[in-house]
Design a protein around this ligand. Structure first.
Ligand SMILES: Nc1ncnc2c1ncn2[C@@H]1O[C@H](COP(=O)(O)OP(=O)(O)O)[C@@H](O)[C@H]1O
Ligand SMILES: [Mg+2]
Length: 292
């Protein structure tokens, strides 16, 4: 079955044309074949199971609406094409996850600055606003963690500090006051991110997050696919990926290479065409590539 969605974005409030966005979630193919659907690698038996995470210690933050609006977080907007487009994205992603019994999504894109972080945040936020279940967003762009900045938080501890210094995850989680949305920030930037992201400790953490409460959604904000080995190495621990493409920046060749890299390791739920209106890669080109 093929799902298609095209939504024209007519600006957020009075933002300039640059802010116009058109999102296309093109759930482009049934996931077929064993390679794309095989279970993620299991933890080896010698890896310790982390203690259950309790969420009662999660720090709550009160974030001024203006900060959220300034960074385009959809929770700060009551209505509009901007909000609707993310709701449609949420609906389609939820549907696809549920029909497969999945709950872990990684958000990536071929290159830098194409909108991975904003898409991951707004997907997680819109899921958390609709559902009664917790949605955990994990900033796993360990070389350049930025999710916390979108919520107006400057330097903070996070995933890297758990993985490297054993800080309890409970002390790192943040609740920015939006539905049941919980954030695990990235923490300090680290350079050997591929090794750390696939370390036994990280793999055990993902298993814990995924399986302890199977109804919870976990969204990973990942680095760019074509610039680090992180996504290829880490994607087997997700259930599926969402590919962000920036119209006018991402080239067709880059998208093709990015899809080719992950095609046999994880299913790609679809692509989000971000910052539309400055086209070099058209929606039609993208669809042709996805269905090839
Ligand atoms: N649709 C959009 N319209 C306007 N600005 C956007 C849009 N998507 C992302 N941005 C901005 O572009 C910059 C890069 O986005 P980001 O999500 O951090 O990209 P990435 O995570 O891929 O590096 C940020 O300043 C973000 O606010
Ligand atoms: Mg990012």
């Amino acid at each position: 079955m093929v799902y298609r969605l095209e939504t024209d974005w007519h600006g957020i409030g009075n933002k300039k044309a640059m802010d116009r966005i058109r999102t296309a979630l093109d759930l482009y193919r049934e996931v077929k074949g064993t390679s794309a659907t095989e279970a993620p690698p299991k933890r080896s038996s010698e890896q310790g199971v982390p203690p259950p995470i309790t969420y009662t210690r999660t720090k709550s933050l009160t974030i001024p609406r203006a900060v959220l609006q300034g960074h385009r977080v959809m929770a700060a907007y009551n209505k509009g094409a901007f909000v609707d487009a993310y709701k449609i994205l949420r609906t389609q992603v939820t549907h696809r996850l549920r029909e497969n019994g999945w709950n872990v999504v990684g958000v990536t894109s071929p290159g830098y600055g194409e909108g991975k972080t904003l898409t991951a945040i707004n997907l997680a936020v819109s899921l958390a606003m609709e559902t009664t279940q917790t949605v955990l967003l994990v900033d796993s762009d360990l070389q350049d963690p930025t999710v916390h900045k979108v919520f107006g938080v400057q330097d903070c501890l996070g995933l890297a500090d758990y993985l490297l210094d054993d800080l309890p995850v409970e002390d790192l989680l943040v609740h920015p006051g939006i539905g049941r949305f919980v954030l695990l920030p990235g923490g300090r930037a680290i350079s050997n991110s591929t090794e750390i992201l696939t370390s036994p400790k990280m793999v055990a953490l993902v298993e814990e997050l995924k399986h302890r409460y199977p109804s919870r959604f976990v969204v990973f904000d990942l680095p760019p696919l074509l610039h680090t080995a992180d996504v290829l190495a880490f994607s087997p621990y997700t259930d599926a990926l969402l590919m962000v493409v920036e119209e006018g920046k991402t080239t067709g060749e880059e998208l093709q290479r990015a899809l080719g890299l992950v095609r046999d390791s994880r299913p790609v739920l679809g692509t989000v065409l971000n910052k539309a209106g400055r086209a070099s890669l058209s929606l039609a080109d993208m669809k042709a590539m996805l269905s090839s």
